[in-house]
Design a protein around this ligand. Structure first.
Ligand SMILES: Nc1nc2c(ncn2[C@@H]2O[C@H](COP(=O)(O)OP(=O)(O)O)[C@@H](O)[C@H]2O)c(=O)[nH]1
Ligand SMILES: Nc1ncnc2c1ncn2[C@@H]1O[C@H](COP(=O)(O)OP(=O)(O)O)[C@@H](O)[C@H]1O
Length: 187
């Protein structure tokens, strides 16, 4: 069989508030051609978030249908909401030879590794626990209850770091974005 050159799927995970969105936004400012999958979620939009940009914001029924129709590559419940990666868009990009980036939680990362074993899993870690709490609280987008749920999830995610191929510590957004691009072989 002829050797097939397949672009890799890169998964970026890490606890809520570690800076995943900030790093990805910076990376795309420098390299707008990098394609990031837009997930579907049942979470309500935060101020400034737009349908089809940060997420496809869907109802519970709509999410049920996506699952039932096999339209999600992976999905998970995180802190009371469901999130999933639309399958076809990812397959189209990979089929076109373009690198693909998913920003998803630990449960999703595990599912992707299972179904696409040559994907690369990158864990974004905070410089310290206190700094993670500061960032999540300082973002000011969640209620104290939601912050508590996310910090509980963060403990589980931090304990799973060894399941990932690479860890990047988010001290400097610019440095991490550069390292991520290098790992994706974009720069
Ligand atoms: N499994 C899975 N997780 C996702 C997906 N999209 C987002 N997430 C994760 O869901 C968690 C919560 O995301 P969000 O509510 O946007 O909060 P934020 O990451 O703290 O800004 C984060 O860990 C995201 O990486 C997805 O399609 N699948
Ligand atoms: N390297 C960093 N140093 C200091 N603050 C950061 C850094 N990266 C992100 N932040 C801040 O931390 C907060 C959470 O970042 P965000 O990108 O929303 O995290 P996530 O997407 O992982 O939940 C934001 O207020 C963001 O400005």
């Amino acid at each position: 069989m002829a050797a097939e050159v397949r672009p890799r799927l890169t998964v970026l995970s890490g606890p809520s508030g570690v800076g995943k969105s900030t790093v990805v936004a910076h990376m795309r400012k420098v390299h707008p051609e990098v394609w990031l999958s837009v997930s579907a979620t049942t979470r309500k939009p935060r101020p400034g978030e737009r349908h089809g940009v940060q997420y496809f914001f869907v109802t519970d029924d709509e999410f049920d249908k996506l699952v039932a129709n096999g339209e999600l590559l992976e999905w998970a419940e995180f802190a009371g909401n469901r999130y999933g990666t639309p399958r076809q868009a990812v397959l189209d990009r990979l089929g076109a030879g373009e690198p693909v980036l998913l920003e998803i939680d630990l449960q999703g990362a595990r599912q992707v590794k299972e179904s696409m074993p040559d994907s690369r899993l990158i864990f974004l870690a905070p410089p310290s626990w206190d700094e993670l709490v500061r960032r999540l609280t300082g973002r000011g987008t969640e209620s104290p209850e939601v912050i508590e749920r996310r910090l509980a999830a963060a403990k589980v995610e931090l304990a799973a770091e060894s399941e990932f191929d690479t860890t990047l510590v988010n001290t400097s957004v610019e440095d991490v974005a550069r390292e991520l691009l290098a790992l994706m072989a974009v720069a």
